[in-house]
Design a protein around this ligand. Sequence first.
Ligand SMILES: *[C@@H]1O[C@H](CO)[C@@H](O)[C@H](O)[C@H]1NC(C)=O
Ligand SMILES: *[C@@H]1O[C@H](CO)[C@@H](O)[C@H](O)[C@H]1NC(C)=O
Ligand SMILES: *[C@@H]1O[C@H](CO)[C@@H](O)[C@H](O)[C@H]1NC(C)=O
Length: 330
Amino acid sequence: MFRHLLVFLLSVFTYDVSCITINLESAKAVRNVSVKFVGVTLDSGLIATKWRTFDLKSQKVLTLAKGLSPSYLRVGGASSDRIMFNKTHDQPGINLSVADWDNLNHLAMNAGMDLIYDFNVILRKNGQWDPTNARQLLEYTVKKGYKPAGYELGNEPNHRPQVKIISEKQLAKDFAAFKHVASSVGVPPFLTIGPDIGGVIMPYLEKFLEAGGGDVLDAVTMHHYYTNGQSATLKDFTDSKLLDSLIPEVQSFVKTCNQKAPGKQCWLGETSSCSHGGAQHISDRYVAGFLWLDKLGLSALHGLQAVIRQSFYGSYYGLIDTHLNPNPVS
Ligand SMILES: *[C@@H]1O[C@H](CO)[C@@H](O)[C@H](O)[C@H]1NC(C)=O
Ligand SMILES: *[C@@H]1O[C@H](CO)[C@@H](O)[C@H](O)[C@H]1NC(C)=O
Ligand SMILES: *[C@@H]1O[C@H](CO)[C@@H](O)[C@H](O)[C@H]1NC(C)=O
């Protein structure tokens, strides 16, 4: 329905038409989606920058988060591959403190959101993923009775130079090792989600799923941005060609998932208007709603089960601003 409405609006923008008739067939649904179809992210870069002006314990943030629930709250991104839980001074990387982890879990639980956490895949030993630090976090999580809904391992493995050393086959093994560790620690049922493929998704995704990744995962994820926020213009946000560029990408993704990981869910695991933090003074405005609504409609239509919005807070595409007020302001 959004799409038809959008086509109508775009037509009005593009051509000088005075009258258009549109027929909305609202009585019959083309797809049913889960109540958790729309989720949000918090970029793990926020952990590196000590959350900036965000406050996990703020009543205002909790109230806004409640307005989005039930939904997934995914904490992940490029910085995930630098994070260590409860890091000591001689260990490299970014510190996810015990208090950070407590606060994240409390926010998610109090808001009725399902937390998803993205583990560092760059912690390695003899070519394999080293689960030592993840095990500490999982043991603590079980001890506290926290129940995140899902876990990921790494971010955009096909896209990040430092992770490129991990082959598709090795990453599939690493995911299997993660699942093994989680069950040995006694983690209650959870979703294994990944591989959070970014940019050009093939052939990495196909090879990863064929190498056993498809068996291990519950939800297969790709990331999607229409364009780079540093060069995006206002016009891009109502460009129907740009909007439609999502269609072949989602079709190819869903086809590969259905063939190589039958029965598993397919998600846009991290997605927004533009990459690199969004487009300044555009991604946070009313006009960005067109891209977003079209993305939700197309994603449902083409068979995705979840769309996770980058981001709940932070950068130009944040749903709430640095004063913790909801966007758009104009
Ligand atoms: C959506 O769910 C309703 C109610 O369960 C069902 O009648 C309908 O056939 C479903 N539609 C599709 C497209 O799956
Ligand atoms: C955090 O690290 C300290 C010192 O290394 C250790 O004593 C403590 O048990 C750790 N906490 C958790 C929750 O792992
Ligand atoms: C990381 O966080 C813990 C608290 O969980 C703290 O004790 C430790 O000093 C921090 N490490 C660094 C290197 O800042």
